[in-house]
Design a protein around this ligand. Structure first.
Ligand SMILES: Nc1ncnc2c1ncn2[C@@H]1O[C@H](COP(=O)(O)OP(=O)(O)OP(=O)(O)O)[C@@H](O)[C@H]1O
Ligand SMILES: [Mg+2]
Length: 223
């Protein structure tokens, strides 16, 4: 079974009289434990593809299967439950809750899924330790560096043990050395857990840390 299977997925945005084809019959399979880099120019459809894969956006046509379940048939309620339990997101902008500490930013996603308690606390502490943030767990995001915030976001995405994690340019705000470190950490954390991942990047060098690179141009995947 594939962790993610997009079949002939298209997305057309309408703005006024214009139609923008952001994804054009995209077909992509990602195996369990596989880390795929998605590389393409600005406006080529990368964020659109991730958003559809994670159930944040519905395709105009085509099917989207995650762990064998066709999420394109889900209603809003089922999609919300799916996002909370089965998929992790790391956005470029990181989006940590500013008034919660690093540790609380991990715990809050477990609590949203009614999975709080001591098991969640133990998992948050384990992830923070692995991500090199053990001593920073009590810091608010404002009192963390950019790379540290990025690592908290990675921990948060892994908190609920999703089968699939989607990264949208996780290293673009970091300098090259730190970007490489974060990329290595993503590969290590994801592969060590048998989690599948799609990592969007502008930077071909980041693709060195993934199993496979898929290019996208004008909404079309080039295999
Ligand atoms: N909500 C929207 N309404 C209309 N057009 C949109 C919308 N979102 C994205 N687009 C258009 O769809 C195309 C793909 O956008 P997308 O955000 O997926 O690109 P991207 O590859 O992530 O780009 P970047 O590298 O700049 O983040 C672009 O032409 C964009 O302008
Ligand atoms: Mg984008």
């Amino acid at each position: 079974m594939h962790a993610l299977e997009l079949h002939e997925v298209s997305k057309v945005y309408r703005s006024g009289d214009d139609e923008i084809v952001a994804l054009d019959h995209a077909t992509l399979s990602v195996d369990d434990g596989e880390v795929v880099a998605l590389v393409g120019p600005s406006g080529s459809g990368k964020t659109t593809l991730l958003s559809i894969a994670g159930g944040l956006l519905r395709p105009s046509s085509g099917s989207v299967c995650v762990a064998g379940k066709d999420i394109s048939t889900y209603d809003d309620k089922a999609l919300t439950a799916f996002r909370g339990a089965s998929v992790g997101f790391v956005f470029q902008s990181v989006n940590l809750v500013p008034f919660l500490t690093a540790r609380e930013n991990l715990l809050v996603v477990a609590e949203m899924n009614r999975r709080g308690g001591s098991a969640a606390k133990a998992r948050a502490d384990l992830l923070l330790d692995e991500l090199g943030l053990g001593a920073r767990r009590g810091n608010l995001p404002d009192a963390l560096s950019g790379g540290e915030r990025q690592r908290v976001a990675i921990g948060r995405a892994l908190m609920n043990k999703p089968g699939l994690v989607l990264f949208d340019e996780p290293t673009s705000a970091l300098d090259t050395a730190l970007g490489e470190q974060v990329m290595e950490l993503i590969a290590f954390e994801v592969k060590g857990r048998g989690v599948a991942a799609v990592v969007v990047t502008h930077d071909e060098r980041m693709a060195d840390h993934t199993d496979r690179t898929v290019h996208i141009v004008d909404g079309r995947l080039q295999h």
